[in-house]
Structures are given as C-alpha cells and as structure tokens.
Design a protein around this ligand. Sequence first.
Ligand code: BGC
Length: 755
Amino acid sequence: MATPQPADLTLEEKASLTSGSSFWLTEPIERVDVPAIMLTDGPHGLRKQEEGADHLGLSQSVPATCFPPAVALGSSWDTELAERVGAAIAREAAAHGVSVVLGPGINIKRSLLCGRNFEYVSEDPHVSGRVGAALVRGLQSEGIGSSLKHFAANNQEHDRMRVSSDVDPRPLREIYLRAFEHVVRTAQPWTVMCSYNRINGVYASEDPWLLTEVLREEWGFEGLVVSDWGAVNDRVRGLAAGLDLEMPSSGGRTDAQIVRAVRAGELDEGVLDQAAGRVLRLIDRATASQEGRAASGAGVDVDAHHALAREAAGSCVVLLQNDGDLLPLDRSASIAVIGEFARTPRFQGAGSSVINPTRLDAALDSIVATAAGDVAYAPGFSIDPAATEAEQATLAAEAVELAARSQVAVLFLGLPGPLESEGFDRTDIDLPAEQVRLVDAVRAVNPRVVVVLANGGVVALPFAADVPAILEGWLLGQAGGGAVADVLFGDVTPSGKLTETIPLRLEDSPAYLDFPGDFSHVRYGEGLFVGYRWYDARSIRVAFPFGHGLSYTTFAYGDLTAQAVEVPGEGGIEVSLDVTNTGSRRGREVVQFYVAVPESGVQRPVRELAGFAAVTLDPGETRTVTTRLERADLAYWDVRVGRWVLEPGRYVVEAGASSRDLRSRARVDLAGEEVVIALTPESSLGEALRHPSAGPVMRAALTQMLAAPGEETLSEDAEEVLRMIDSLPLNRLGVFAGGADIGPFLETILAAAEA
Ligand code: BGC
C-alpha cells in the first residue's frame, strides 16, 4: 500500500502523529497501516529499555556495546573511526528494531563544570562538527536515523529545562551553532533534537527563528525536529515554530490542544500537515530500511563490536606527558597496579546515555594478561563515599608499600561516577583529595609513576610536574581496560589529542564568572572566547593546551604552503606540508591548522582551528599532508548584514601539533568579499570615506575644503583632523562647520553611495 499522506488522515489522526504513543514509540495509525517506530538513546551505544522507561538511565536496557563516549572519541580526531563506530551502533539498533538513535550530542563545552561534558566532543566547533558529521554518516549508512542534539546552546545541566542561554549573535553563530550547521549541511541527520533550554529568552522548542529560519531555510535541513524528552512548553506554539514531533507521549493532551487550535482558527492546518508529513516520511524511511535489512538478514557480531570498541578506545587515549620515555612499559618489569579504577572501570557517564555493556574489560586483568613480569595490585583508595579517613589511610599505606617494592607504579585515578552526570553540574574540577595525596605518597617511595586518568570532565592535575607519565583516558567505554593495557605496553602507540584545554585552575577558565547564572538566566559573557580562544587571547598558562597529545614516536613538520582557492561563495585555503616520522615506531600524527586574521576589521580570536589532517607513518617515512580550509571555517558572522562574511585580506595559517606547539606558518591573501553597508545620515565620516562609491566623492569634497590653496592632496595635519573626526556622524557635520546647512552636501554623498 502506498504511504499515506496527511491528506488521507483526519485532523485527529494528524495531530496524534505529532507526539509519541509511549516513552520511545511514535503513534501508529492502524486504519491506514502506519506503524509505530522506535527512537531511543544513544549516543555511544544503544540504550533500548524493555521494561520501565526513563530518560535518566535508571531502568536496565538490553545489552549493547558501549563505545567510547564523545569526550574520548573526539580525542581520536578520527572521522573514519567515528563513522565505523556510528555504523556499528546502527547495526545493534537495527537488530533491536530501533529506527532512530538519539545522538550524537555536539554541544560546545562552554564550562568545565557542565555535568554532561562527557557526552560532548569539544570546546571547539570545527572538531565537534567533523566528528559529529562522521557519527551521523556512520549511523545513517546502515539505514538508522540519527538525532543530532541538543539544539541549541544547551551548555549546562543546572536549571536545564528553563535556563535562558543569553548569548550574542556572533558567539551563537561562530561557536554554538557552527558545528550543528556543518553536520546539517554535510550529513543531513534524519532528525534534530531541540534542547530544553531557552535561547535569549525563547524556548528552543518553540523558537521559529531557530527551528525554521536557521535550521531549514538557511541550512536546508530536510528531516524532522523532535523535542528533547519533555522539552515542550507550549505545544501549539512549538508546532508553529517547527517542532514536528513531541516526545515522549503526552497521553493525548497536547494532540487535543492542536486539534482545538486548528478548529478555532488559531493554528493553520497547513502547519500541522507539514509536521505530520515529516513524521510520515520518517516512518516511511525507517520501515523501508527495516524491510531492506530483513531481506539481507545481517546480524550483529558482538565480538567484532567489542574489538572495534577496543580499537576505538586505543585511539582515544591521550598521552599527556612521558618524561624519560617511561612509557611504553617494559613487559618484564615488576608492576604495581594501584587504584580502584583498575579493577572497577569508570567507563561511561551517568544519565540517559548509560549503556548496559555486553562485556567489560578491567585494566588490571588486561595488564596481568599482557605483562611478563610480576604484577601486584592494591586499591589505594576507596570510591565508597562512606569510607572513613582511617580506611582511606590504610588503603594508601598498602599501596605505598607495594609501590616501594615494584619497578614501576601505575596509578588509576579518576572521578567517582556520582560526581558527574546528566542533570547537574560539578562545582569544582578537583580529583578527590585522597587520590591526590596517594600520588604524593607513592612518588615519594617510587618516582617511576604512571598516572592513568578516568574522568568525563576535565580535572586539575596538581601533580603534573611531579610524575613522569600521564595518560588521559577520559571514559573509554567497555573495552577501555584492554585499550589502556595496549597503550601502556606499546601494542598501540598513542595518538589521541585533547579536544579541550586542561587549565591550571578552574578560576582561569572562560565561563568562570558567568556560570551557571542566576534566576534562570546565564550570560555568555566570554563571547567568542571559549576554550583555547580565551586562554590564548589572555595569554593564560595552562596545564595542557587544546590539541596536545604525545606519541611514542616523534614527528618533524616541514614548511607549510598555503594557497588561496578563489571560488565565489565557496573559496578557501589549500594547505599542505610534509610530516616525517623521526622516531623509531610507527605512529599517527594529527596535524592541526589554525587560522588568524591579524588585520581583521572585527574582533577575532588569536587563532582558530580551521582544519586538521591525520597521517600514519613508519619510522623514517615522510608524507605530504594536504587539506582544504573551507570558507565556512574562515568566515565570521557579520551582525550588520546577518550572514557569514569572508573578509578580504591577509590570513595567517599555522600548522601545529597542538594549539601551543605551532611548527610552521604561512601567509595567504584572500580576495574575500567586501561588505558594503548603505550610507545613511547617521553614518560616520569615516564610513563615508571608506564607502566604495561615495568615498572618492567625499574625499574630493573634503580636499576642496581642507587642502591648502593650489594643493590637490591633504597635508599630514589635515589627515590628522580627519582621523579625529572619523566617527562623527554625517548629519552632525554642520554643528562643527559653524552651523552651516550641510543638507545639499549630504544629499550629494548619499546619492553617490547609491550609484
Ligand atoms: C536527554 C536526551 C535523551 C532523552 C531521552 C533527555 O533527558 O537530554 O539527551 O536523548 O532524555 O532519554
């Protein structure tokens, strides 16, 4: 039977389609054979609940592979890998009859304290967009829809269902919407999930500017907008704004409101038809791909997915430091493995993304399986909040004693699960005090200390200068234990790089004074200066910069070349350089390209990531790395004309191994596009002088007035006067010309501007 169209349905049926029938299902319409489809979490694995439904991960879900959460996957800077992970999640979704996976989440990590930072990729929109798009491509390549979330400016958990993110147009576009724009334009997610919060006072779930003007009209989004679970405030207003599907079910209450509004003439039935049509199209897509799959009979290979989870986790680990090449470990060394997290893995965050893993690797077991020498274990600390000081002290003493008689001590530290979660934010970035004390006690008896971290949000590392080696594992998913062992022993050469800055202190961070806001408003006072953009603009020392990550081998960068690609409306910069593996192991290097516009006419960050490219090299091997920095990553949002503008002028490109390890630089001039603003009587003298057609007329008139008799150019003194009155509005020139009538003069200038 042909798919029904809105015209085949009654008003009530159409309204019923625009909200769920249960927590995870859309509404079926049996009369015309429209089935229900299932949408479920997401994002780094499948969370399909069979009994008991909730949005906080409280009830158990079916076993599924827990891949590294976004905080870790982002650190791989590996879009091909992210695509494979997305495809694997989709295969599991398909096997369980799920049609849409609620992810990826690509909100910007504005504050270090956001409880959900583990679910997001980065403080930077470029890398968030690239990794996000890869996940969407992967999911959808297997015929499963993604739900790009949380749209938009949802950067904290505190008061998340009401808070207004009060953010200026430039940061909104250049930081908070940019990654969404990239993913929508390049990967067309089947659905976009609107967030709970308000943006500049308007609920995302009922913001026509956000859901229709920007998302559909500007970016060309073709899919469906679904509410975050419970994000609907006023259903009729939301529908009119472009919110197609409300989830979960409202028990028919909001459907009735829609029907009433149409009958009362308050809501155009065409709006409802459009939303119902989009729901039908989503159901149609989902059933078509289910039928295709049933025909192919493909299933899920749980072992292969676990192996992929391990490979992914190995690519995510960031080697923060490795003094004296303590790592990789000598397999025959006697190793003290210390820390509760070695045997009780902290591998994912809490809330709606909780996966019930098919398997769980503990690092301790994997180390024991790989090592050739003695491995002994001591927990070192307890993560039980009820543990007393005395109990902690006893555990620490045992660990110190073990470290003293071992050749190397590997300390597994991290944030206990209850400290970070969906639903609330952290209040500090500290590791529990007993863990920091333990590091000091252990290194006092054995300086050969490797710290392995498990944390979803950034933690301060007060011991960074005192221990030789630190691995930042973030949260690595179910196979993280094995992956950490792979890295510790050198079976995997680390290649992860930070997608967020690790500052020295919380107080140094950009949103410190404007987080989490008061009385349901949070002011994004740092503007464009989020993450490294802030630390760089203020020259603030950090513990580890954005983009940082070491390897067991070393890389040399050749000279960077940058060439303008002038294609109207697209354009960009083609960059290329040689990278050589100068060490003795095969390894992967992520080369980052940062761009600055030193003579910009607007405020811009010191440098911004505009591209990256990875290369894997054997010892001694050299390869040329080439990529295109796209117009979309070079432009700024011009608030005067309300669009992206590629400024004409000089661009400086830097190739770096991190944002603070810039190895090679090139300059390139771009023709860009001049923004011409119409002149009005309130325009300034300077604006008139710089106007392409009015400028020469203005200058000629001023030269006539101010030049010495017989001179055709202005003296230095006269130019100085012009500089002093650059900002003088044209309509007030008369005041300074002894009250002269400047009307005719103004008319000439404005006419020249029209020409
Ligand atoms: C979360 C979403 C999630 C949804 C369904 C909400 O609380 O914000 O990310 O997809 O619940 O569980």
